[in-house]
Design a protein around this ligand. Structure first.
Ligand code: PEP
Ligand code: MN
Length: 337
């Protein structure tokens, strides 16, 4: 952190600031050429920008290290592998998470899981608690849906990825899930982040639809800071001025996050685009950009789906997509899981 003092700062201002830094056991260097500048080294970001900006005599503060520490990449090949269902997701894996937006019935999830498992898919998604924009649309089957999802996944030896929307549900959702998803609308629900950080299941953290990359990684930091090291990030599109797609897939988030963090990142082209004909090219783009996987909404009868039908693809489109990803993966030193 670089702290620049005002030209008008008095000796007393500087002395007071230095005393406060010593009190906080904060290492610093003082440069006094034309105007005094403090270079402050802290292991953790114990002192905020606001702390400095409220001290008399301070002109400006520049942070030169990221505000997150646990989520930050410390060496070029650092990668946090994620244990899911008896194996680990490694840097050379490309995970394909697939399934409907919501669990609608036992028949529906059974049909989808069976077809997906026949195609070699190990990660079955499906929401039982749906954070819907309107209270008048399908809100999900709740715990009954989770029971069906778990039973079906076990039957086809698949792992469950499903969302928790409130802190009070986390323990219950974690009993049925292999990975607990936090949705875009909850990326800054800090109580919820802390709660999933205290439990043992890996967390799939979706980027807030208006969140910056720094806010995204700080949300992950909240989970890591509670002791859960297993966070998978998910770029799922952000709000922009463009109405032609549901959101705008920020594909640059993938290499950016890879550079800044050791956490795996997957891409959700379904919620990013809202359009089923974009799922194949955006999935290919995700793999080419260096993502560690994709999350795809698949439905056997998309026209009847209770949520997100327009972005859900059928089995034949999904089969094509998988073939394409499997063909491309070796070029990226990846294996499709
Ligand atoms: C979902 O995955 O079904 C979902 C609701 O996603 P998001 O939180 O990204 O909108
Ligand atoms: Mn959905």
């Amino acid at each position: 952190m670089i702290v620049v003092l005002k030209k008008s700062a008095s000796k007393a201002d500087l002395d007071r600031l230095i005393a406060k830094l010593r009190e906080q056991k904060c290492e610093f260097l003082l440069y006094e050429n034309h105007e005094p500048v403090l270079k402050i080294l802290t292991k953790q970001n114990l002192l905020s920008n606001d702390f400095f900006l409220t001290q008399p005599g301070v002109q400006a503060v520049f942070r030169i290290t990221p505000a997150y520490d646990l989520a930050a990449r410390k060496s070029p090949d650092q990668f946090t592998s994620i244990p899911i269902g008896g194996r680990k997701l490694e840097a050379t894996d490309f995970m394909v998470i697939a399934g409907p937006c919501a669990i609608e019935s036992e028949e529906q999830i059974t049909e989808i899981a069976q077809r997906l498992s026949q195609l070699g898919i190990r990660f079955l998604r499906g929401g039982a608690y749906k954070p819907r924009t309107s209270p008048y649309t399908f809100q999900g089957m709740g715990e009954e849906g989770l029971k069906i999802l778990r039973k079906t996944a076990d039957r086809f030896q698949m792992n469950v990825v499903t969302e928790a929307v409130s802190s009070s549900d986390v323990a219950m959702v974690a009993e049925y899930a292999d990975v607990v998803q936090i949705g875009t609308r909850n990326m800054q629900n800090f109580r919820l982040l802390k709660t999933v950080g205290k439990q043992k299941r890996p967390v799939l953290l979706k980027r807030g639809m208006s969140a910056t990359i720094e806010e995204f990684l700080l949300a992950a930091e909240h989970i890591l800071n509670e002791g859960n090291p297993h966070v998978i990030l998910c770029e799922r599109g952000i709000r922009t001025f463009e109405p032609a797609t549901r959101n705008t897939l920020d594909i640059s988030a993938v290499p950016l996050v890879k550079d800044l963090s050791h956490l795996p990142i997957v891409v959700d082209p379904s919620h990013a685009s809202g359009k089923r004909n974009l799922i194949l090219p955006l999935s290919r783009a995700a793999l080419a950009a260096g993502a560690d996987g994709v999350l795809i909404e698949v439905h056997d009868q998309a026209e009847m789906a209770k949520s997100d039908g327009p972005q859900s693809i059928n089995f034949s489109a999904f089969d094509q997509l998988l073939k394409s990803l499997r063909q491309m993966a070796p070029m990226m030193n990846k294996e499709v899981l």
